[in-house]
Design a protein around this ligand. Structure first.
Ligand SMILES: *[C@@H]1O[C@H](CO)[C@@H](O)[C@H](O)[C@H]1NC(C)=O
Ligand SMILES: [Cu+2]
Length: 125
């Protein structure tokens, strides 16, 4: 009986200790090329943590999500992807601290409409 209670307590602690947050990129503006969201400002307002989930929502006929390196992020170059997503409802879990760069790979969306986001995940906070 006591053992059961302890196990229950431990599992509750485990669940509440790692409460991951799902962040919809761009909030209600979603992942778009309409210039309604400044993704730099959107990301700067959030303290991302390991375990959090990024949710990219968009019409896959018009956009995608390409994870790139820093230089390619600045150059809006989607040709050397680290990872690519195109479902229109992409959930990306942050597995470790670091800097994650995502751009839209569709013609000039990154360059012309700033459809790009830079996610910084600190080691601890
Ligand atoms: C987005 O916001 C950043 C920081 O305020 C600013 O430097 C940048 O010019 C903005 N981008 C656009 C497209 O307005
Ligand atoms: Cu796009």
């Amino acid at each position: 009986m006591a053992k059961k209670a302890i196990l229950l307590l431990l599992s509750v602690m485990a669940v509440s200790g790692v409460s991951p947050t799902v962040y919809t990129v761009g909030d209600v503006g979603g992942w778009s090329s309409l210039c309604v969201v400044n993704y730099t400002e959107w990301a700067a307002a959030i303290e991302f943590q390991v375990g959090d989930i990024l949710y990219f929502e968009y019409d896959p006929g018009f956009h995608n999500v390409v994870q790139v390196r820093r230089e390619d992020y600045h150059a809006c170059n989607a040709k050397n992807p680290i990872a690519a997503y195109s479902s229109g409802k992409d959930y990306i879990k942050i597995k470790s601290p670091g800097h994650y760069f995502y751009i839209c790979g569709f013609v000039d969306h990154c360059k012309l409409t700033d459809q790009k986001v830079d996610i910084r995940v600190p080691k601890h906070h």
